[in-house]
Design a protein around this ligand. Structure first.
Ligand SMILES: [Zn+2]
Length: 96
């Protein structure tokens, strides 16, 4: 009985061992989004995402942020916002 269970669990354990941890996944999140990962790594990434809600929502958040940043760059920034930001930075001695 025990042996039988072990035999059933082995492929599952192997599969779990083959997927990276959350920490690993997050360390190559940027490369994944940029699609600069090699096929094997991005496949492992996808497998991890398939069973990890934390990393899935983290990735979604990250992609949203990138999308927003791109939209901002493509569109004209309101000049008063730019001025406000520059004044803010100047106040704090970041820019002169
Ligand atoms: Zn995860």
């Amino acid at each position: 009985m025990k042996k039988h269970l072990m035999r059933m669990a082995a492929p599952m354990i192997r599969r779990l061992m083959g997927t990276p941890s959350c920490q690993e996944v997050n360390s190559f999140l940027m490369d994944y989004v940029d699609e600069t990962l090699d096929a094997e790594t991005s496949e492992r990434y996808r497998k991890h995402l398939g069973r990890c809600g934390t990393c899935t929502s983290y990735l979604e958040q990250y992609q949203d942020t990138i999308k927003l940043a791109r939209e901002c760059r493509d569109s004209e920034l309101p000049s008063d916002l730019v001025e406000h930001t520059l004044a803010f930075l100047k106040d704090r001695g970041v820019t002169s």
